[in-house]
Design a protein around this ligand. Structure first.
Ligand SMILES: [Zn+2]
Length: 408
């Protein structure tokens, strides 16, 4: 069985880790920044060197295509090259590098393929500098309005828009190059798991069945601001105490639901946030994720049981946003599983908690993902790490899956 090259993959990982190197084992590589443009240039150079034709669409998504032996639609694989601030060397970029390595193996080993093979690089997946995340896949898959996205303002430079960055990058291409069902038959995205499950359970490969649905609620507690030194406890309306009791209630109840449910209160604000004043307004968020919509409905029932008044404070809540569970193409999920088995790698089926570009593409063409383990589950930080031997297993499953799809 043909295998990708460990040495070549290691070289790719090492080379790309220099673009935006923080010097502490990670990278800061915001989309369309000079560092990201250097990574794009390296991608283009390497793909052209193996005979690929590289084009971009109007959102600067890059498509590097090796022609097939027949006039058929292309099989796509790739991910993103941008990172969060002080992120790691694997999130996104590994999906591009393994797709490049699979393509290079096909070329060097002269493996025949009927369909064109295209390695794709998405623009602005992280949304770290220009919100929202998954911006460009969202635009071409009809989730976001392009004109609105072009107006997105950089978090670090006043009035500097995504549209300006796009024009100045030199990578804004033709709308006709966009991913579309008439030109592309399937998409595969390899990604690091970004969680601890595969490593902890001892699996080489995650066979991704879809992306978890999620709900995000914002709660508000209204109390009364009074002097911390003069107001006896029984007269107080302390909004922070009411919020804390509610967070405890939510944990107690949500822990009784399905063990795969994950939920987080990650954002909290307290007004006036002064140590001598009883808080009069407190807000917090609840993010809950599960693959089964019925479990998320149970979460909602628990939220609805919160009384309108807690500890004499008024309680209100509203949905900030939500996302439906995305199911990947079952026939492709089966092929990934088969490929992992044929390679002799241990594997488990799982759902993705984080969002990925692939989830938008899933509405347009058959799509699926491959996960490789994240050491200790760290991601979106400089500790993010996957040994190259584990990355190679992912690349081999990707290569095998591409070649099996080519025979379909
Ligand atoms: Zn990513």
């Amino acid at each position: 069985m043909v295998s990708c090259s460990l040495e070549r993959l290691e070289d790719k990982i090492r080379t790309f880790s220099k673009f935006g190197d923080t010097g502490r084992g990670g990278i800061t590589r915001f989309s369309l920044s000079p560092e990201a443009l250097a990574a794009r240039a390296e991608f283009k150079k390497r793909m052209e060197a193996i005979g690929a034709k590289v084009v971009t669409d109007d959102m600067a998504n890059m498509y590097a295509t090796l022609p097939g032996s027949e006039n058929l639609s292309a099989i796509l694989s790739g991910s993103h090259l941008d990172s969060v601030k002080q992120g790691g060397n694997y999130d996104g970029v590994l999906g591009v590098l393994t797709a490049m390595e699979a393509a290079e193996t096909i070329v060097r080993e002269n493996i025949p393929h009927r369909h064109p093979i295209t390695v794709i690089v998405w623009t602005n997946e992280e949304g770290a500098r220009f919100e929202p995340a998954m911006m460009s896949s969202g635009v071409i898959c009809g989730k976001f309005d392009k004109e609105t996205m072009l107006q997105s303002v950089a978090k670090d430079i006043p009035d500097y828009t995504f549209g300006q960055a796009l024009r100045e990058s030199g990578y804004a291409g033709d709308e006709k190059n966009r991913l579309s069902p008439d030109k592309h038959m399937a998409l595969l995205e390899l990604h690091v798991e970004q969680g601890p499950v595969l490593e902890a359970e001892g699996y080489d490969i995650g066979v991704v069945e879809g992306v978890c649905g999620m709900i995000n609620y914002e709660f508000t507690f209204l109390g009364q601001a009074d002097h911390a030194g003069t107001t006896p406890m029984k007269y107080r309306k302390d909004a922070l105490y009411a919020a804390a009791k509610t967070i405890q209630y939510l944990h107690d109840e949500l822990d009784e639901l399905d063990g795969k449910l994950v939920y987080t209160t990650g954002k909290i604000s307290c007004h006036p946030n002064i140590h001598t004043i009883i808080p009069d307004e407190v807000k917090f968020t609840l993010d809950a994720r599960h693959q089964n919509p019925a479990v998320l409905r149970q979460v909602l029932e628990i939220i609805r049981k919160i009384p309108p008044e807690v500890e004499k404070c008024k309680v209100s809540y509203a949905e900030a946003w939500s996302r439906k569970t995305v199911a990947y193409a079952p026939e492709l999920v089966d092929i990934v599983e088969k490929s992992a088995q044929e390679c002799g790698y241990t594997n488990m089926r799982m759902y993705s908690g984080p969002g990925h570009d692939a989830q938008y593409v899933a509405d347009v063409i058959p799509t699926t993902m491959i996960f490789v383990p994240s050491v200790e589950g760290h991601s979106h930080c400089e500790l993010e790490y996957t040994p190259v031997s584990a990355c190679l297993k992912g690349a081999n499953v990707l290569l095998r899956t591409l070649l099996l799809i080519d025979k379909m």
